[in-house]
Design a protein around this ligand. Structure first.
Ligand code: HEM
Length: 468
């Protein structure tokens, strides 16, 4: 089989590297960063061991693409989240994922997303109104504001919920966040990887309580919408409320009616997946963009001037065409997502031997594709650790290998919502920047990891009102 990749330092007999995963979310992030760095220093592939299980850490973009396109199943530790998401796209096994990705794909095309832009504007205005309470005060937790607003935005566009509808609210968001913490808890304690031990653990009991909250909330939304749609067919009325788009839920119910393609349980799993995949990732990405803009006033100034040039002085809504013209703002977002990718790694199961450039990875192992590692690869140049949105404006200053930027993952199982994410994030950022001056210091912020990377501190940014 040829040479094996270098093994990350510190492996113990039986445990492997499992003992290094212990500790709080801040320490966990420090450990993960060390693992990515070792892989980078080792030429792009290294190995860690979770007990008897080998996990290869990839930071080489070509090898990562090979894995991303040939190994389409997720490893057994994604199953920890299966009780919540099951056949939802992120956790689905290959046989379910393939037909379901085809079914959901049209719901994320530009034509559909363009109909959401008015909603993105409305939610951005609500966000700006809420943020006014923080003007002139001490640094605060802007991520929490963004989480609340983006959850509402996603509930509108995916579930058709009106703003005042509280079916999916903070309780749902908190339960989801707690569930993620439990999945991580289980990942770190390898004895809990064994289903029969996990079944008797306090984590399983807590998980069941939380799943009851999230499942019941989502089934209530589906049932209510079914009744509404039936009622409107009987009365021959248009089924949509006073919104000008068809939410994902309606599209899935239609598929279930016309093609008998999806059960209610599958619809619930897709909706939970899309909601969970959407609001926290985008909230985190905007948070880091704001912190970085607050740290570099000249970059913030350039972004502000571009917004003023494209939108003028009026407080008008931002159209899809305006969004396309905000090229510097897009560069700011891409650069902050390069430096702080909300999802720093994804994993794949290796079911048959896979030949990479220098190694053959054996069947029965798994692979961690380090998005963070590749976004910090030496291919970016000597200024890899600097926040430089300008690099995105001139293709000759970007690495030749396009896969080296992979904040939305890479290959066939990449992020289905990337276009949605870019549109909503640009709209929100533009609304925030045209109203407020952001002051922050990225160097005072520590990062923690709980599937996503997030600022560990609540003191994230300060706001001043702009005069012009
Ligand atoms: C900054 C925002 C976002 C980031 C960084 C991000 C990143 C990612 C990544 C890395 C994956 C691969 C996960 C894995 O393989 O384990 C993924 C998958 C996915 N994302 Fe996103 N995402 C974002 C926003 C969104 C939004 C807004 C939506 C929906 C509206 C969405 C829907 C999905 C779905 C459905 C998948 C599963 C795709 C599949 O397996 O076919 N994401 N995302």
């Amino acid at each position: 089989r040829g040479p094996s990749p270098p093994v990350h330092p510190g492996a113990l007999p039986i445990l492997g590297h499992a003992h290094q995963l212990y500790g709080d979310p801040k320490k966990f992030w420090v450990t993960k960063k060390k693992m990515y760095q070792f892989s980078l220093d080792s030429g792009g592939v290294s190995e860690i061991r979770l007990g008897p299980h080998s996990v290869y850490v990839l930071t080489d973009p070509d090898d990562s693409l090979v894995i991303a396109n040939t190994c389409l199943n997720k490893p057994y530790y994604y199953d920890f989240a299966k009780e919540m998401f099951n056949r939802g796209l992120v956790t689905a096994s290959l046989t379910t994922w393939k037909p379901h990705r085809k079914l959901l794909y049209p719901a994320f095309n530009m034509q559909v997303l363009a109909t959401f832009v008015t909603e993105y504007n409305t939610q951005s205005r609500n966000l700006v109104a809420a943020l006014k309470a923080e003007v002139g005060k001490e640094p605060f937790n802007v991520r929490q504001y963004l989480v609340n607003q983006l959850l509402k935005t996603v509930c509108q566009t995916s579930l058709g919920l009106e703003t005042k509808d509280k079916s999916i609210d903070e309780d749902y968001a908190n339960a989801t966040e707690d569930l993620f913490m439990l999945f991580i808890e289980r990942l770190k304690k390898i004895y809990l990887h064994l289903p029969f031990i996990f079944a008797w653990s306090s984590i399983k009991a807590k998980q069941d309580q939380l799943l009851k909250i999230t499942n019941e909330a989502m089934f209530r939304v589906i049932d209510k919408r079914k009744v509404e749609l039936k009622g409107s067919v009987v009365k021959n009325k248009t089924p949509t409320r006073d919104v000008k788009f068809k939410p994902l839920l309606d599209q899935l119910l239609e598929l279930s009616d016309t093609q008998d393609a999806l059960s209610d349980a599958e619809i619930r799993e897709h909706l939970d997946t899309v909601v969970a995949a959407a609001y926290d990732t985008t909230a985190t990405a905007i948070t880091y963009a704001l912190i970085l803009l607050g740290t570099y006033p000249e970059i913030q100034d350039r972004a502000y001037k571009e917004i003023k040039t494209v939108l003028g002085d009026e407080d008008k809504d931002i159209s899809k065409d305006d969004l396309q013209k905000l090229v510097y703002l897009e560069a700011v977002l891409k650069e902050s997502m390069r430096m702080y990718p909300s999802v720093p790694c994804v994993a794949r199961s290796i079911e048959t031997d896979v030949q990479l450039k220098n190694y053959t990875l054996p069947a029965g192992s798994s692979c961690m594709i380090s998005i963070y590692g590749m976004n910090h690869h030496a291919m970016w140049g000597a200024d890899v650790d600097e926040f430089k949105p300008e690099r995105w404006l001139d293709p000759s200053t970007l690495p030749d290998n396009p896969n080296v930027f992979c904040s939305f993952s890479l290959g066939k199982r990449n992020c289905l919502g990337r276009l949605y994410a870019m549109l909503v994030m640009k709209t929100m950022l533009a609304h925030i920047l045209r109203k407020f001056l952001i002051i922050s210091d990225i160097n005072s912020i520590t990062t923690q990891y709980d599937i996503l990377i997030k600022p560990a501190d609540n003191s994230q940014i300060r706001l001043e009102l702009r005069s012009g």
